[in-house]
Design a binder for this molecule. Structure first.
Ligand SMILES: Nc1ncnc2c1ncn2[C@@H]1O[C@H](COP(=O)(O)OP(=O)(O)OP(=O)(O)O)[C@@H](O)[C@H]1O
Ligand SMILES: [Mg+2]
Length: 358
C-alpha cells in the first residue's frame, strides 16, 4: 500500500484542494493515514481532536477521496443535538402511520446515505440510551424503519468525530465500551493549533484567499504579528483563526500585509461578536456573499431564508399541529399562521393528509 501513496507535497496539495490545508511535516503522517483510510471504503474512521481542529473538513475530504463512495451522499448526524424521542425515526426512518405524526413514510439517515458516508459528529455527546441502537446497526448493517415488518440492508461507511477523548468516558461509564471499540478502527488524531504553530502563516494566507471578496489582495504577514501568534493559545483552534482572518479582512481598508494592529483591531470586534455563534457567523457569511453576488435585496433575502426554515420545520416528524410547530419555533401560532400563508410555504403532504392546521 505504501508505494501507492503520493509524496508529502502532493498529499498536501490534494487535501488543501479538498479544504483541509496543512503544510507542516508533523501533519504529514496524518495525511498519509487519512489518504489510506479513504481508499479502504468500508472501514470505520474515528477522528479525534479539540473543537475547531478540522474533524468535519477532514471527514469530507476522506469521503471525496473514497473511490467507491465519493459520488454518493455524505450525511451528518449531529449527535449533540439529536432529540431522543425522534432519534429512531431520524436514523432508521418510519412507515406512514407508525406513530401519530407519521403522515407519510420517511427514509432514515442510513438509507438516505446509501452507498456514501454517514458522519457521526460529536459522537461523544450521543445519549447513552441511543448508543446500543447505533451499535446494533453498525454491527449488523441492517435497519428496521419504525412500523416496518422487515429489515433493510445498509451500505455506508461510518466516520465518527469526537471532541473529547473517548477512553476516559468509557472509564466513567458515559460512553459504551462496545460502541467505542466498534468506532475505533482507524483513529486519526488532529493536534490543537497551538501544537502546530508552524502552520499559522499558511492557514492565514489560505483563509485570506478563501475570503478574498471581503478585501482583495492580502498576501503576507508582518513578522511581529507572526511572532505574536506563535504564543497564542487558540482555544477555538483553526476555526478561531479562520474567524479572526475574516474579521481582519472585513476591517482592513488598505495594505497587502496583515499587521499586529489588524490583529488587535479584530480582537476588539471579536468581543462584540462573541454572543454570535460560529455556525450563524459562517452561515451569515455565505448569505452575505450570495446576496451581493445575486443582487438580492435584504428584505428578499430574509423572506427566502425564513420560508426555507419554515419548510424544513414543516417536515419535522412528530410536529403535527400548528401548536406543536409554534412550540418548536418558539413563536406564537398567530405569527406562524401569518408567515406560512403569506410566504407561500405549503406542505403538500400535509394538505393531502387533510391537516387543516396548516
Ligand atoms: N486544516 C484546515 N484547513 C482549512 N480550514 C480548516 C482546517 N481545519 C479547520 N478548518 C476550518 O475551521 C473550521 C472548523 O473546522 P471543523 O468544523 O472541521 O472543526 P471540528 O474539528 O469539526 O470542530 P467541532 O468539534 O467544534 O465540530 C471550519 O470552518 C474549517 O473551514
Ligand atoms: Mg465538527
Amino acid at each position: 500500500m505504501s508505494q501507492c501513496l503520493p509524496e508529502a507535497q502532493e498529499l498536501q496539495k490534494i487535501f488543501t484542494e479538498l479544504g483541509f490545508t496543512t503544510n507542516s511535516p508533523q501533519m504529514c503522517a496524518l495525511l498519509q493515514r487519512a489518504y489510506k483510510a479513504a481508499r479502504v471504503s468500508d472501514t470505520t474512521v474515528l477522528l479525534q481532536g479539540e473543537t475547531g481542529t478540522g474533524k468535519q473538513v477532514l471527514a469530507r475530504a476522506i469521503h471525496r477521496l473514497d473511490k467507491k463512495r465519493h459520488s454518493s451522499p455524505f450525511i451528518t448526524l449531529h449527535c449533540s443535538t439529536i432529540s431522543e424521542s425522534l432519534a429512531e425515526s431520524e436514523l432508521f426512518g418510519h412507515r406512514k402511520g407508525s406513530f401519530s405524526g407519521a403522515l407519510t413514510s420517511r427514509e432514515g439517515l442510513f438509507q438516505a446515505a446509501k452507498g456514501g458516508t454517514v458522519f457521526l459528529d460529536d459522537v461523544n455527546d450521543l445519549p447513552l440510551r441511543l448508543q446500543p441502537k447505533l451499535l446494533d446497526v453498525l454491527q449488523r448493517a441492517m435497519v428496521r424503519p419504525l412500523g416496518a415488518d422487515r429489515e433493510l440492508p445498509i451500505d455506508v461507511r461510518v466516520i465518527a468525530a469526537a471532541n473529547r477523548p473517548l477512553e476516559p468516558m468509557v472509564q466513567e461509564g458515559t460512553f459504551r465500551a462496545d460502541l467505542f471499540h466498534r468506532l475505533n478502527v482507524i483513529r486519526l488524531l488532529l493536534p490543537p493549533l497551538r501544537e502546530r504553530s508552524d502552520e499559522i502563516e499558511n492557514l492565514i494566507l489560505e483563509f485570506a484567499r478563501r475570503y478574498a471578496s471581503l478585501h482583495e489582495c492580502v498576501e503576507s504577514l508582518d513578522p511581529d504579528l507572526l511572532e505574536h501568534l506563535r504564543t497564542c493559545r487558540f482555544g477555538g483552534n483553526v476555526r478561531e483563526l479562520e474567524n479572526a482572518v475574516q474579521r481582519m479582512l472585513f476591517n482592513k481598508t488598505e495594505g497587502k500585509s496583515f499587521t499586529r494592529a489588524d490583529w488587535l483591531d479584530q480582537e476588539m470586534t471579536a468581543d462584540k461578536d462573541s454572543e454570535f455563534p460560529d455556525e450563524l457567523r459562517q452561515a451569515t457569511n455565505l448569505l452575505w456573499l450570495a446576496m451581493i453576488k445575486q443582487e438580492i435585496s435584504l428584505p428578499d433575502m430574509i423572506r427566502q431564508v425564513e420560508a426555507e426554515l419554515l419548510r424544513r420545520a414543516l417536515q419535522v416528524p412528530g410536529c403535527k399541529t400548528r401548536r406543536e410547530l409554534a412550540k418548536l419555533l418558539h413563536t406564537s401560532e398567530r405569527t406562524l399562521y401569518y408567515k406560512i400563508s403569506s410566504r407561500g410555504v405549503v406542505n403538500s403532504q400535509r394538505r393531502a393528509a387533510g391537516d387543516e392546521d396548516h
